[in-house]
Ligand binder design. Structure first.
Ligand code: KG4
Ligand code: ZN
Length: 342
């Protein structure tokens, strides 16, 4: 069955585990979402998240073995997200991975969550043309990378404040839409007019590949509550919500696509890939495919379940790291930020 690696992911609000063969063939991919626990807070509450991981991690890992029809003794190693993320959440996955590695006497490897989002493109297309320009847009991260080889990336831009998914989550909350905001805004926007309001597109200095999404939620707040926030939040009809969702989504997505275009012009990549939860968005995929600069390049859009948090991408990158002797030992630590991150 090839080299079998278990991937464990608990950095945020998904308890996930997957068995992957040879870094590519996904035999199982179990994801337990905590969305229903966090919905009433309209965001992830770290303590609630880590407690839920604690109760779900063993059943999720067991399910991953069952779905893959694999016994723990067949594993060649265990990969786990150890950075970046909420420490209390990361520790749960890390403890499970260490226990399994110890009991089975198999190698352990720590994986960077954001790099795993980048790596999902290689699991989608192993012949990905390099260098590849990769956009990772999620609830916690928004960055552009030049990918020179599997696992070898150079960050060429990142957000200076909020992540794109965070902007969508916060915007949705103001519009009275449910959490997580990205899919709620995407669904509401279908019936709306993106030109109904012109929200700012923050492109920063000419040539900058960084992002800034903190202004757009304030722009929506002022739009709703007037200058000086003189009004209470108005109660909005379905049509108004649809128009505002469409206009807000258009502003966020146009910045992502505009920055991808800027990066493509500056770095002349051989392909373009996307990853992270926001990459599930169909409108984003359409805008990239229809862009005059980007649409002509080979585009790699991983299936939606490989874009949002999952264990398969952790197992995939973990396999590569183990093959390249980057295994860890029992002193592997959880880190809130990526090493060397700005
Ligand atoms: O990668 P991910 O699952 O977790 C993090 O690493 O943060 O991304 C979650 C983010 C959330 O902000 C969510 O609103 C956003 O991805 N998201 C979407 C869609 N589905 C999830 N954003 C836009 N459109 C979607 N369909
Ligand atoms: Zn993620």
């Amino acid at each position: 069955m090839g080299m079998l690696i278990l991937g464990i992911e608990t950095s945020c609000d998904e308890t996930a585990a997957a068995v992957v063969a040879d870094g590519r063939e996904i035999l199982s991919n179990v994801i337990h979402s905590q969305v229903s626990l966090h919905r009433r807070f309209r965001g992830v509450v770290p303590e609630v998240a880590s407690r839920s991981h604690t109760s779900r991690i063993l059943p999720v890992v067991e399910q991953a073995f069952q779905d893959a029809r694999v016994e723990p003794g067949q594993l060649a190693g265990v990969a786990v997200t150890n950075r970046p993320g909420m420490i209390g959440c990361l520790l749960v996955g890390l403890a499970a991975a260490k226990a399994l590695s110890w009991i089975q006497d198999i190698p352990l490897v720590g994986v960077d969550h954001v790099q795993a989002h980048v790596h999902a493109a290689f699991m989608t297309d192993p012949d990905l043309q390099l260098p590849c320009l990769s956009l990772v847009a999620s609830g916690g991260h928004t960055a552009l990378y030049l990918v020179r080889a599997p696992g070898v990336t150079e960050r060429i831009g990142s957000t200076r404040d909020d992540a794109a998914g965070e902007a969508l989550d916060k915007g949705a909350s103001q519009l009275g839409l449910s959490y997580p905001g990205g899919p709620a805004i995407e669904a509401a926007a279908v019936d709306g007019d993106p030109a109904s309001v012109r929200f700012p597109r923050s492109m920063l200095e000419p040539g900058s590949l960084d992002f800034s999404f903190s202004g757009i939620k304030t722009a929506l707040l002022y739009h709703l509550r007037g200058p000086g926030l003189q009004r209470d939040l108005p109660s909005l009809g379905a049509e108004q919500v649809a128009d505002l969702a469409a206009a807000y989504q258009a502003a966020v997505l146009e910045v992502l696509v505009g920055k991808l275009r800027r990066a493509a012009l500056a770095h002349r990549p051989s392909s373009v890939a996307i990853g992270g939860g926001v990459a599930r968005n169909c409108e984003l995929r359409r805008l990239i495919a229809e862009d005059s600069e980007l649409g002509g390049l080979p585009l790699v859009f991983p299936p939606q379940e490989l874009c949002s948090d999952n264990g398969a991408m952790i197992a995939g990158l973990g396999t590569l790291l183990l093959q390249n002797d980057h295994g860890a030992n029992m002193s592997l630590q959880a880190l809130a930020t990526s090493r060397g991150a700005r």
